[in-house]
Design a protein around this ligand. Structure first.
Ligand code: COA
Length: 323
């Protein structure tokens, strides 16, 4: 039994905020952001949030797959910015789609979320319990960045990507293998504290929590861990990088991707990029990029691609997919 991606979709809010727009409201510049990160603009939601973006991406993925909402058996949404503590983003999307026969829930692995969700979906599909699934990566980080912290707020954007998957009995294509990992000992280098809850007994008032990051620690972690993970993945599948058409990497920073390419001894031609247009959309970067490649006709039957992500937790993971 293999899990095959049969459709993709993605969505970002229409409002574009350029580096120059940010330089008008904070002490930064297009030159600093562009040279340090590769980001030129990001999409920011000016109202509706995670559920809206996720549902829009999901509708496009269903259309691409030719699947009706009632045919979905399971929805897994990867997000750390669900609109509500509960219900989950997946249940809300289920409601909007009218996917009455599905079960939905969220997974939380920050920027590695889509990899964790797809890996989880693959495990469930292999049991034979589900036939058709919807995996979503979505985040609305603009609502949890500290807009007075220029070292983090310029990095992030909002967006969603989705993939429809189907369990297939035979054939070579599909998810071939996966690796995921986490190291909670390093959790403090990238955090977004939960909203402090009000407390009746102590009189504590609710307060918002924001993203805090030790940028250089995250950078060092990513450029070491991702190549190790990809190499281990390929070894277990008896595949080498020469057989891989694209390494579809989490879009956090152009320079991180360049360093990963260098460590894996591959050219940047193998690493598609769109960070210039979206910034870091956390759990959404990988499915948005996958959808762009799919819609541009760059993925053909038999192509092997590796999806790889890293992020808060610290978490990381990679999946080998035959298209
Ligand atoms: N505009 C202008 N200057 C800025 C700035 C901004 N937006 N943000 C920080 N600076 C300044 C700093 O204040 C510092 O000034 P100083 O030297 O006068 O003190 C200087 O730029 C260098 O800051 P530093 O933090 O050392 O920069 P850096 O080269 O490490 O780059 C990151 C910062 C965030 C771009 C980089 O560390 C990074 O990309 N890390 C990975 C982060 C990431 O990807 N996180 C998400 C993972 S899922």
């Amino acid at each position: 039994m293999k899990t095959v991606i049969i459709g993709t979709g993605s969505f970002a809010p229409p409002r574009v905020v350029t580096n120059d727009d940010l330089a008008e409201v904070m002490d930064t510049s297009d030159e600093w952001i562009r040279t340090r990160t590769g980001i030129e603009q990001r999409h920011i939601s000016d109202g509706p949030g995670t559920t809206w973006m996720a549902a829009e991406a999901a509708k496009l993925a269903l259309k691409d797959a030719g699947v009706e909402p009632e045919d979905i058996d399971i929805i897994i949404a990867a997000t750390t910015t669900a609109d509500n503590c509960f219900p989950s983003a997946a249940c809300e999307v289920q409601g909007i789609l009218g996917a009455g026969n599905a079960v939905g829930y969220d997974v939380s692995a920050a920027c590695s979320g889509f990899i964790f969700a797809l890996h989880t979906m693959d495990g469930l599909m292999r049991t034979g319990a589900y036939e058709t699934g919807l995996v979503i990566g979505v985040d609305n980080l603009s609502k949890v960045v500290d807009w007075s912290d220029r070292s983090t707020c310029v990095l992030f954007g909002d967006g969603a990507g989705a993939a429809v998957v189907r369990a297939c009995e035979d054939g070579d294509r599909g998810l071939l293998c996966g690796r995921i990992g986490s190291d909670g000992r390093k959790a403090s280098v990238l955090t977004c504290q939960a909203r402090t809850m009000g407390n009746l007994l102590t009189g504590t008032k609710p307060e918002p929590g924001y993203i805090a990051m030790e940028g250089q620690e995250v950078f060092k972690f990513a450029v070491k861990k991702v190549p190790e993970c990809v190499e281990s993945l390929l070894k277990s599948a008896d595949t080498d990088m020469g057989e891989v058409k694209y390494l579809i990497l989490h879009q956090a920073n152009y320079r991180i991707c360049e360093s990963i390419a260098k460590r894996l001894k591959i050219s940047m031609d193998k690493i598609p990029m769109n960070i210039d247009r979206y910034g870091n959309t956390s759990g959404a970067t990988i499915p948005i990029l996958l959808d762009e490649l799919n819609r541009q006709g760059k993925l053909h039957r038999g192509d092997r691609v590796v999806l790889a992500g890293f992020g808060a937790g610290l978490t990381w993971g990679a999946l080998l997919v035959e298209w």
